[in-house]
Ligand binder design. Structure first.
Ligand SMILES: [Zn+2]
Ligand SMILES: [Zn+2]
Length: 88
């Protein structure tokens, strides 16, 4: 694995007494995360799902390098950065 763990597989640690989520634990790296990580994880997963469902066919904007060549396109519907169009 390269780069820091993003804790994508983190699971909630619930209190056996109250049933509320006390923290999150990442099984990949063993890091314990604060309970508000759940909101971040949910938002991230929702964004990933939205980007997976988006056809990226409209409302895209060029991300242009200094000098004018398009290096990528940004989908304004879902916020995903798309690969640059292939040049012939
Ligand atoms: Zn992790
Ligand atoms: Zn999109």
């Amino acid at each position: 694995m390269t780069g820091p763990c993003r804790h994508e597989a983190a699971v909630p640690v619930d209190s056996v007494v109250t049933g509320t989520t006390l923290a999150y634990l990442c099984p990949d790296c063993g890091t314990q995360l604060p309970d508000d990580f759940g909101a971040e994880l949910a938002a991230r997963r929702a964004l990933t799902a939205r980007q997976a469902a988006c056809p990226h066919t409209q409302e895209t904007a060029d991300i242009t390098q200094w000098g004018g060549s398009t290096i990528a396109r940004l989908c304004q519907t879902c916020g995903k950065t798309l690969s640059p169009p292939h040049t012939t």
